[in-house]
Design a binder for this molecule. Sequence first.
Ligand SMILES: [Zn+2]
Ligand SMILES: [Zn+2]
Length: 392
Amino acid sequence: MDLTNIIENTCAEVVEIYRHLHMHPELSEQEKETADYICQTLDVHNIPYQRNIAGHGITALVKGSGSGCIGIRADIDALAIDETTEAPYASVNPGVMHACGHDMHTAILLGTGIVLSEIADQLPGSVKLIFQPAEETTGGAHQMIEAGVLQQPDVSAMIGLHVDPAFETGSVIMRKGAMNAAVNDFTMQIKGQQCHGAQPERGIDPIVVAADMIMTLQTVATRFTAATNPVVVSIGSIHGGSGCNIIPGEVTMQGTLRAVSKETLTAIQKRVEQIAAGTAATYGASVQFSWMETPFPPLINDDKVIDIVEQAAKDVQFVVHPMPETSMGADDFAFFTEAVPGAYFNLGCAPKGTKLSPLHNGNFIGDEKALSAGMEIELQTVLALLDRYSNV
Ligand SMILES: [Zn+2]
Ligand SMILES: [Zn+2]
């Protein structure tokens, strides 16, 4: 099926959608106007949808004739960052910006949906468009799956993409197997005993306990797990005390654990708790942890689905870059690949010959040409997946 003309005819509308979304970013779990706008666009094209799923999530369905159903996910939330670009469509919401490209993901998925709706009578199965909130914070993917978005109709395979400013438009970056790490974040509270800074023997100093703990926790990566099994233990915040001569009663620290399997993640979580409890006990202090309600699993690409993405990319003359190693970064698309065979890949979004600011930076702005590139690859992949998963 040659979709070049339909994609070209849809391009101007998709750029307009992207600019609107970029101009009106909303933080995770507050994506109300973004959801309204997505629904209005779906209405214009008579694509049926359900909304208010797991917060401001939406699923839309382009119904073909066969029994199979392929899912495509776009995340819709923005970040608490001040935009510093001079784009005419820069954010009008102070302190909030689409600095992770989720505006591009959403515009691409709407464009893909619009094209699919125009050829629905030729589709051998259905396509579910999943607009997911709260990727940057609570892991909206998990909540949407719990709410049943992979059922009725049952989704046989899933794909999703993330823009990547380190690569040029017209390229995709992908990896077989584990693409992103599993994550568990924590907050720990070390309780000591407050006293005068001149007489530390009269209290229990939680700052000394914290300092010892931070150093010992680094042995989790160097002495507890094999060097061939990558893990990360990072403390990202430490708070305690109010003056130079007061030993505080408590210290609070936050940190993150990363591993490439759920088993290792659970093992290092236990080890971190043991080290913390043991260190605290050495000084007569105590420690309490709170962990993520649902840790992210690793993002593992299904071999068959990622092969289909790769072939689709080649079919539309994209440059395919293999991702050399698993990223210790995380994406909650991992919940989808845990639930059904799925593949996640990155889409180059730098204009040819230019170097873009990285994601999560106030100066990031993706190449608008990447929007039609994203549609091309999503459409080509989904048609191949429908062939593979429909009527079998
Ligand atoms: Zn992000
Ligand atoms: Zn992102």
